[in-house]
Ligand binder design. Structure first.
Ligand code: AMP
Length: 282
Protein backbone atom coordinates (compact mmCIF):
# COMPACT_ATOMS: atom_id res chain seq x y z
CA UNK A 1 0.00 0.00 0.00
CA UNK A 2 1.44 3.31 -1.10
CA UNK A 3 1.19 6.09 1.49
CA UNK A 4 1.96 9.58 0.26
CA UNK A 5 1.28 13.22 0.95
CA UNK A 6 2.59 14.33 -2.42
CA UNK A 7 0.17 15.46 -5.15
CA UNK A 8 2.77 14.68 -7.83
CA UNK A 9 3.27 11.16 -6.49
CA UNK A 10 -0.42 10.21 -6.20
CA UNK A 11 -1.12 11.71 -9.64
CA UNK A 12 1.76 9.73 -11.19
CA UNK A 13 0.49 6.54 -9.58
CA UNK A 14 -3.02 7.15 -10.87
CA UNK A 15 -1.65 7.90 -14.37
CA UNK A 16 0.31 4.65 -14.27
CA UNK A 17 -2.81 2.68 -13.33
CA UNK A 18 -4.78 4.38 -16.10
CA UNK A 19 -2.08 3.48 -18.65
CA UNK A 20 -2.48 -0.10 -17.55
CA UNK A 21 -6.21 0.17 -18.29
CA UNK A 22 -7.26 0.17 -14.64
CA UNK A 23 -10.12 2.17 -13.15
CA UNK A 24 -9.36 4.20 -10.05
CA UNK A 25 -11.81 4.75 -7.18
CA UNK A 26 -11.41 7.41 -4.49
CA UNK A 27 -12.89 7.42 -0.98
CA UNK A 28 -12.40 10.87 0.56
CA UNK A 29 -12.32 10.88 4.39
CA UNK A 30 -11.20 12.96 7.32
CA UNK A 31 -9.74 9.86 8.97
CA UNK A 32 -10.43 8.22 12.33
CA UNK A 33 -11.89 5.49 10.19
CA UNK A 34 -14.82 3.30 11.18
CA UNK A 35 -17.03 0.67 9.53
CA UNK A 36 -18.95 3.39 7.68
CA UNK A 37 -15.78 4.51 5.88
CA UNK A 38 -14.75 0.89 5.29
CA UNK A 39 -18.10 0.10 3.65
CA UNK A 40 -17.30 2.84 1.11
CA UNK A 41 -13.85 1.32 0.56
CA UNK A 42 -15.46 -2.06 -0.09
CA UNK A 43 -17.85 -0.44 -2.56
CA UNK A 44 -14.96 1.22 -4.37
CA UNK A 45 -13.09 -2.09 -4.53
CA UNK A 46 -16.14 -3.67 -6.18
CA UNK A 47 -16.46 -0.85 -8.72
CA UNK A 48 -12.81 -0.04 -9.51
CA UNK A 49 -9.52 -1.88 -10.01
CA UNK A 50 -7.61 0.41 -7.65
CA UNK A 51 -8.81 2.20 -4.55
CA UNK A 52 -7.31 5.34 -3.05
CA UNK A 53 -8.41 6.57 0.38
CA UNK A 54 -7.66 10.19 1.18
CA UNK A 55 -7.28 11.25 4.79
CA UNK A 56 -7.41 15.00 5.26
CA UNK A 57 -9.03 16.99 8.05
CA UNK A 58 -9.94 19.85 5.77
CA UNK A 59 -9.56 23.15 7.66
CA UNK A 60 -11.65 25.16 5.18
CA UNK A 61 -14.84 23.26 5.96
CA UNK A 62 -14.65 24.12 9.67
CA UNK A 63 -16.00 27.45 10.89
CA UNK A 64 -14.54 29.58 13.68
CA UNK A 65 -15.13 27.91 17.05
CA UNK A 66 -15.83 24.50 15.46
CA UNK A 67 -13.90 21.33 16.31
CA UNK A 68 -10.99 21.46 13.83
CA UNK A 69 -8.39 21.30 16.62
CA UNK A 70 -10.11 18.56 18.58
CA UNK A 71 -11.27 16.45 15.61
CA UNK A 72 -10.23 12.85 16.47
CA UNK A 73 -7.12 11.57 14.67
CA UNK A 74 -5.24 8.26 14.69
CA UNK A 75 -3.22 7.88 11.52
CA UNK A 76 -1.47 4.63 12.51
CA UNK A 77 -4.76 2.88 13.13
CA UNK A 78 -6.26 4.34 9.93
CA UNK A 79 -3.34 2.99 7.89
CA UNK A 80 -3.71 -0.45 9.48
CA UNK A 81 -7.42 -0.49 8.61
CA UNK A 82 -6.73 0.63 5.02
CA UNK A 83 -4.08 -2.03 4.66
CA UNK A 84 -6.40 -4.75 5.95
CA UNK A 85 -9.07 -3.58 3.46
CA UNK A 86 -6.47 -3.94 0.67
CA UNK A 87 -6.52 -0.25 -0.21
CA UNK A 88 -3.95 0.45 -2.95
CA UNK A 89 -2.91 3.94 -1.85
CA UNK A 90 -3.58 6.39 0.96
CA UNK A 91 -3.26 10.07 0.12
CA UNK A 92 -2.52 12.23 3.16
CA UNK A 93 -1.80 15.79 2.06
CA UNK A 94 -0.64 18.19 4.76
CA UNK A 95 -2.75 21.31 5.24
CA UNK A 96 0.25 23.50 4.35
CA UNK A 97 0.96 21.82 1.03
CA UNK A 98 -2.68 21.35 0.07
CA UNK A 99 -3.52 25.00 0.70
CA UNK A 100 -0.58 27.06 -0.50
CA UNK A 101 -0.08 30.37 1.31
CA UNK A 102 -2.42 32.91 -0.26
CA UNK A 103 -4.92 30.28 -1.46
CA UNK A 104 -7.79 32.38 -2.80
CA UNK A 105 -9.77 30.18 -5.20
CA UNK A 106 -13.02 28.51 -4.18
CA UNK A 107 -15.54 26.15 -5.72
CA UNK A 108 -19.02 27.01 -4.50
CA UNK A 109 -22.40 25.41 -5.07
CA UNK A 110 -24.96 28.10 -4.44
CA UNK A 111 -28.38 26.45 -4.10
CA UNK A 112 -28.39 23.05 -2.39
CA UNK A 113 -25.69 24.11 0.06
CA UNK A 114 -27.68 26.97 1.59
CA UNK A 115 -30.17 25.16 3.86
CA UNK A 116 -29.83 22.40 6.47
CA UNK A 117 -26.14 22.24 7.57
CA UNK A 118 -25.40 25.26 5.35
CA UNK A 119 -27.67 27.36 7.56
CA UNK A 120 -25.61 27.00 10.71
CA UNK A 121 -22.27 26.36 8.92
CA UNK A 122 -22.25 29.08 6.22
CA UNK A 123 -18.80 28.34 4.71
CA UNK A 124 -18.88 24.59 5.26
CA UNK A 125 -19.94 23.39 1.81
CA UNK A 126 -17.66 25.86 0.04
CA UNK A 127 -14.81 24.14 1.90
CA UNK A 128 -16.15 20.70 0.99
CA UNK A 129 -16.62 21.39 -2.73
CA UNK A 130 -13.21 23.06 -2.93
CA UNK A 131 -11.38 20.22 -1.20
CA UNK A 132 -13.21 17.53 -3.17
CA UNK A 133 -12.24 19.31 -6.40
CA UNK A 134 -8.63 19.43 -5.22
CA UNK A 135 -8.72 15.74 -4.28
CA UNK A 136 -10.17 14.89 -7.69
CA UNK A 137 -7.42 16.91 -9.38
CA UNK A 138 -4.73 15.19 -7.35
CA UNK A 139 -5.99 11.60 -7.56
CA UNK A 140 -7.79 11.84 -10.94
CA UNK A 141 -10.20 9.05 -10.07
CA UNK A 142 -12.75 7.53 -12.43
CA UNK A 143 -15.21 7.28 -9.56
CA UNK A 144 -15.60 8.42 -5.98
CA UNK A 145 -17.72 6.96 -3.18
CA UNK A 146 -19.48 9.10 -0.58
CA UNK A 147 -21.80 8.15 2.28
CA UNK A 148 -25.53 8.87 2.55
CA UNK A 149 -24.84 9.76 6.19
CA UNK A 150 -23.89 13.20 4.80
CA UNK A 151 -26.90 13.34 2.48
CA UNK A 152 -26.67 17.06 1.75
CA UNK A 153 -22.94 16.81 1.05
CA UNK A 154 -23.56 13.95 -1.39
CA UNK A 155 -26.18 15.97 -3.25
CA UNK A 156 -23.99 19.09 -3.36
CA UNK A 157 -21.10 17.06 -4.79
CA UNK A 158 -23.33 15.41 -7.40
CA UNK A 159 -24.55 18.87 -8.43
CA UNK A 160 -20.99 20.24 -8.59
CA UNK A 161 -19.82 17.33 -10.76
CA UNK A 162 -22.79 17.82 -13.07
CA UNK A 163 -22.50 21.61 -13.30
CA UNK A 164 -18.72 21.68 -13.84
CA UNK A 165 -18.58 18.60 -16.14
CA UNK A 166 -16.13 16.89 -13.79
CA UNK A 167 -15.45 13.42 -15.25
CA UNK A 168 -15.86 11.48 -12.00
CA UNK A 169 -18.75 9.06 -11.35
CA UNK A 170 -20.28 9.62 -7.93
CA UNK A 171 -21.51 6.56 -6.02
CA UNK A 172 -23.29 6.62 -2.66
CA UNK A 173 -23.09 4.11 0.19
CA UNK A 174 -25.78 3.54 2.82
CA UNK A 175 -25.50 4.70 6.43
CA UNK A 176 -23.71 2.16 8.62
CA UNK A 177 -24.96 2.12 12.22
CA UNK A 178 -23.74 0.82 15.58
CA UNK A 179 -25.70 -2.07 17.14
CA UNK A 180 -27.89 0.43 19.05
CA UNK A 181 -28.79 2.32 15.86
CA UNK A 182 -26.46 5.30 16.31
CA UNK A 183 -24.97 6.26 12.94
CA UNK A 184 -21.23 5.64 12.92
CA UNK A 185 -19.25 8.87 13.02
CA UNK A 186 -15.68 9.78 13.90
CA UNK A 187 -17.20 12.38 16.22
CA UNK A 188 -18.90 9.65 18.33
CA UNK A 189 -15.47 9.15 19.91
CA UNK A 190 -15.85 12.56 21.53
CA UNK A 191 -19.04 11.59 23.39
CA UNK A 192 -18.77 10.54 27.02
CA UNK A 193 -20.71 7.48 28.19
CA UNK A 194 -23.87 9.40 29.09
CA UNK A 195 -23.78 11.49 25.88
CA UNK A 196 -23.29 8.32 23.83
CA UNK A 197 -26.57 6.97 25.25
CA UNK A 198 -28.29 10.32 24.58
CA UNK A 199 -27.06 10.12 20.96
CA UNK A 200 -29.49 7.24 20.37
CA UNK A 201 -32.24 9.86 20.25
CA UNK A 202 -31.37 10.80 16.65
CA UNK A 203 -32.13 7.33 15.33
CA UNK A 204 -35.03 6.89 17.76
CA UNK A 205 -36.59 10.11 16.48
CA UNK A 206 -36.13 9.14 12.83
CA UNK A 207 -37.63 5.74 13.58
CA UNK A 208 -40.60 7.27 15.39
CA UNK A 209 -41.31 9.40 12.31
CA UNK A 210 -40.79 6.31 10.11
CA UNK A 211 -43.38 4.44 12.20
CA UNK A 212 -45.92 7.25 11.82
CA UNK A 213 -45.25 7.34 8.10
CA UNK A 214 -45.86 3.56 7.92
CA UNK A 215 -49.22 4.07 9.56
CA UNK A 216 -50.19 6.62 6.93
CA UNK A 217 -49.17 9.96 8.44
CA UNK A 218 -48.14 12.45 5.73
CA UNK A 219 -48.18 15.81 7.51
CA UNK A 220 -44.63 17.11 7.85
CA UNK A 221 -45.49 18.99 11.06
CA UNK A 222 -46.58 15.76 12.78
CA UNK A 223 -43.61 13.76 11.51
CA UNK A 224 -41.16 16.49 12.56
CA UNK A 225 -42.63 16.87 16.02
CA UNK A 226 -42.14 13.12 16.64
CA UNK A 227 -38.42 13.59 15.96
CA UNK A 228 -38.23 16.76 18.04
CA UNK A 229 -39.91 15.01 20.97
CA UNK A 230 -37.29 12.23 20.98
CA UNK A 231 -34.49 14.78 20.75
CA UNK A 232 -35.91 16.95 23.53
CA UNK A 233 -36.27 13.91 25.81
CA UNK A 234 -32.54 13.28 25.36
CA UNK A 235 -31.82 16.94 26.07
CA UNK A 236 -30.20 17.34 22.64
CA UNK A 237 -29.75 20.90 21.43
CA UNK A 238 -31.53 20.94 18.06
CA UNK A 239 -29.83 22.67 15.13
CA UNK A 240 -32.50 21.55 12.66
CA UNK A 241 -35.07 18.85 12.04
CA UNK A 242 -36.38 19.10 8.48
CA UNK A 243 -38.35 17.16 5.92
CA UNK A 244 -37.09 18.19 2.47
CA UNK A 245 -37.41 17.10 -1.16
CA UNK A 246 -34.88 14.44 -2.13
CA UNK A 247 -33.53 16.43 -5.07
CA UNK A 248 -34.32 20.03 -4.14
CA UNK A 249 -33.65 19.92 -0.38
CA UNK A 250 -36.54 22.37 -0.08
CA UNK A 251 -38.92 21.87 2.87
CA UNK A 252 -42.10 19.93 2.13
CA UNK A 253 -45.28 20.28 4.18
CA UNK A 254 -46.89 17.05 3.00
CA UNK A 255 -45.25 13.73 2.20
CA UNK A 256 -46.51 13.16 -1.33
CA UNK A 257 -43.26 11.68 -2.66
CA UNK A 258 -40.17 10.18 -0.97
CA UNK A 259 -38.47 12.90 1.10
CA UNK A 260 -35.35 13.29 3.21
CA UNK A 261 -35.86 13.58 6.96
CA UNK A 262 -32.64 15.16 8.24
CA UNK A 263 -31.53 16.13 11.75
CA UNK A 264 -28.56 17.93 13.25
CA UNK A 265 -28.10 18.34 16.98
CA UNK A 266 -25.48 19.14 19.53
CA UNK A 267 -25.03 16.70 22.39
CA UNK A 268 -22.71 18.34 24.87
CA UNK A 269 -19.94 19.80 22.71
CA UNK A 270 -20.41 17.35 19.84
CA UNK A 271 -22.42 18.05 16.68
CA UNK A 272 -24.13 14.98 15.23
CA UNK A 273 -26.21 14.51 12.09
CA UNK A 274 -28.42 11.70 10.83
CA UNK A 275 -31.12 11.19 8.24
CA UNK A 276 -33.47 8.74 6.60
CA UNK A 277 -35.76 8.69 3.60
CA UNK A 278 -39.49 8.64 4.28
CA UNK A 279 -41.77 7.20 1.61
CA UNK A 280 -45.51 7.88 1.62
CA UNK A 281 -47.48 4.69 2.17
CA UNK A 282 -49.57 3.26 -0.62
P1 AMP B 1 -15.83 11.91 7.13
O1 AMP B 1 -14.54 11.24 7.44
O2 AMP B 1 -16.77 12.02 8.30
O3 AMP B 1 -15.66 13.21 6.37
O4 AMP B 1 -16.61 10.95 6.13
C1 AMP B 1 -16.01 10.50 4.95
C2 AMP B 1 -17.05 9.77 4.12
O5 AMP B 1 -17.59 8.70 4.87
C3 AMP B 1 -18.25 10.68 3.75
O6 AMP B 1 -18.64 10.37 2.41
C4 AMP B 1 -19.30 10.25 4.73
O7 AMP B 1 -20.62 10.45 4.26
C5 AMP B 1 -18.99 8.78 4.89
N1 AMP B 1 -19.52 8.27 6.16
C6 AMP B 1 -19.31 8.78 7.41
N2 AMP B 1 -20.00 8.07 8.32
C7 AMP B 1 -20.67 7.11 7.65
C8 AMP B 1 -21.56 6.06 8.02
N3 AMP B 1 -21.92 5.86 9.30
N4 AMP B 1 -22.04 5.25 7.06
C9 AMP B 1 -21.71 5.44 5.76
N5 AMP B 1 -20.86 6.40 5.33
C10 AMP B 1 -20.35 7.23 6.26
Amino acid sequence: MKVTGSIAEIRALSRQWHTEGERVGLVPTMGYLHEGHLSLVQRSRELADRTVVSIFVNPTQFGPGEDLDTYPRDLDRDLELCSSEQVDAVFIPSADTFYAPGHSTWVEETALSKGLCGGSRPRHFRGVTTVVTKLFNAVQPDLAVFGRKDAQQALVIQRMVRDLDIPVEIHLGDIIREADGVAMSSRNARLNEVERVRARALNHGLKAAGGLCESGERRAAVLLSAVEKALREADAEIDYVELVGLESLQPVSELTAPALLAVAVRIGATRLIDNCILRPRG
